[in-house]
Design a protein around this ligand. Structure first.
Ligand SMILES: *[C@@H]1O[C@H](CO)[C@@H](O)[C@H](O)[C@H]1NC(C)=O
Ligand SMILES: *[C@@H]1O[C@H](CO)[C@@H](O)[C@H](O)[C@H]1NC(C)=O
Length: 416
């Protein structure tokens, strides 16, 4: 590319930084209430609108697994553990299953880590099957609906398809026994066999205290135009290239590695969180899954998320106005990312920043300990409450069976 063009872009960037810096002074900063129904939904209070019964399971389905590997409390699927803890002491919990609207089965399906800490989902189908066998023989509620008034937290990459490689996940499909249940999962992509209608898409877990500890003084200007840290290629799992991130990350690198507006690299600096607070745009491209924790980090640090993941279904999309706070770029348009971002008018950028500064937006992305009103726990409950009352059709006739208990790969049928 010609030098004059970079000089021009540099000026545009500098201009933006100046104007944004002026408005942003003090990130106790002008915030904007979200108008319309989205904002109202975000601030809903679920208490009094639903009752949840928590099945008591032997600890081998949850606490024992966590004891074996406490790292499960900090990885990006940790929401399954915190949701359990939250529900145990939540005012929506009922100890009387006869009056429950929803039934929750606390199985830690992603707490099986490789030595270097990567969660594996291979035991999950057997665990789930075993837990469902247990609740369906000890209580009458599962058989009544075959799970249609039960919800499960399945935060792994492809939800209840239980495989981290997309091809394999698609082949497996959603575990048969979970096909009538409501699934609470991070995976969200339209028209995908691993996302069924009525699922609740949640943000991945990102540690609230750790992020808070890295907040920088509010007057520091956003002097980075575009920021990204992470993989562009996954040579180990995708040696030929093009499959990982459907080539979108590779395209970011190949087109913009030398562009001064793009602060992008595979190196993860210790100032990562601080850098996001110094950036205007944070790239959130798909990886193996459509989302990554960057999405949460961008919202928390007020960096406009640039979402590059065609057909993504974003967390709590019925409550969070993603179109207003983020920028959506089609995967095929990655080579034009520079032009797309530099042609966004400053007033549009400022409006997105004001919306991002709204504390309720950040709150909805987090699973804080202890829980706070409006946080991700409450958004999940709101999502469940909005599905009530259950349609009459979810209740089966006495003795009626819909699900096939022996379907699926033979290995999944082994006892757990
Ligand atoms: C639910 O159905 C299963 C399979 O038909 C049966 O084995 C089990 O005893 C039933 N549970 C209850 C509580 O009746
Ligand atoms: C259940 O699935 C198994 C395995 O795919 C199959 O052999 C069997 O015929 C199915 N049963 C019914 C009732 O569809």
């Amino acid at each position: 590319m010609k030098d004059w063009r970079w000089a021009f872009l540099g000026l545009v960037c500098f201009g933006l930084v100046l104007r944004i810096g002026a408005v942003e002074r003090g990130r106790g900063q002008p915030t904007e209430r979200i108008s319309g129904s989205a904002g109202d939904v975000l601030e809903d209070d679920p208490v009094g609108r639903l009752k949840v019964f928590v099945y008591e399971l032997p600890s081998k389905y949850n606490k024992k697994i966590l004891q074996k590997d406490p790292r499960c409390l900090t990885h990006m699927f940790a929401a399954e553990i915190f949701m359990h803890r939250f529900l145990l002491s939540s005012p929506v919990r009922t100890l009387n299953p006869a009056e429950a609207d929803w039934f929750y089965t606390p199985v830690y399906s992603t707490c099986d880590l490789t030595p270097n800490g990567l969660p594996l989902p291979f035991k999950s189908p057997r665990m789930m099957r075993s837990a469902i066998q247990l609740i369906s023989s000890n209580w009458p509620y599962w058989n009544r609906t075959e799970g249609a008034d039960h919800f499960f937290i399945v935060p792994h990459d492809f939800g209840a398809c239980f495989h981290y490689l997309e091809e394999k996940a698609i082949e497996r499909r959603i575990l048969t026994l979970l096909q009538r249940a409501t699934l609470v999962q991070t995976f969200g992509q339209k028209n995908h066999v691993c996302l069924k209608d009525g699922s609740i898409t949640i943000p991945p877990y990102a540690p609230p205290q750790k992020m808070e500890a890295h907040l920088i003084p509010p007057h520091i200007p956003r002097s980075i135009f575009v920021y990204f840290r992470g993989l562009f290629y996954d040579v180990g799992n995708d040696p030929e290239g093009g499959y990982y991130a459907r080539g979108a990350r590779a395209a970011v690198w190949e087109n913009f590695k030398d562009n001064p507006l793009f602060d992008i690299s595979t190196e993860h600096p210790t100032t990562y969180y601080e850098d996001m607070q110094r950036a205007i745009f944070c790239l959130c491209p798909l990886g193996w899954a459509p989302w990554s924790p960057r999405l949460v980090e961008a919202v928390i640090f007020g960096c406009i998320p640039v979402i590059i993941a065609d057909d993504i279904v974003l967390p709590f999309a019925d409550a969070i106005p993603w179109e207003d706070i983020g920028v959506f770029v089609d995967e095929k348009d990655v080579p034009n990312l520079d032009t797309i971002l530099t042609s966004i008018p400053p007033e549009v950028i400022l409006r997105k920043q004001r919306l991002l500064a709204n504390p309720s937006m950040k709150q909805a992305m987090l699973f804080p300990q202890p829980a706070q009103s409006g946080d991700a726990f409450h958004q999940i409950l709101n999502g469940l409450a909005r599905k009530l009352p259950h349609d009459k059709s979810v209740y089966l006739k006495a003795g009626e069976k819909v699900l096939n208990w022996t379907a699926g790969p033979v290995a999944d049928l082994k006892p757990w």
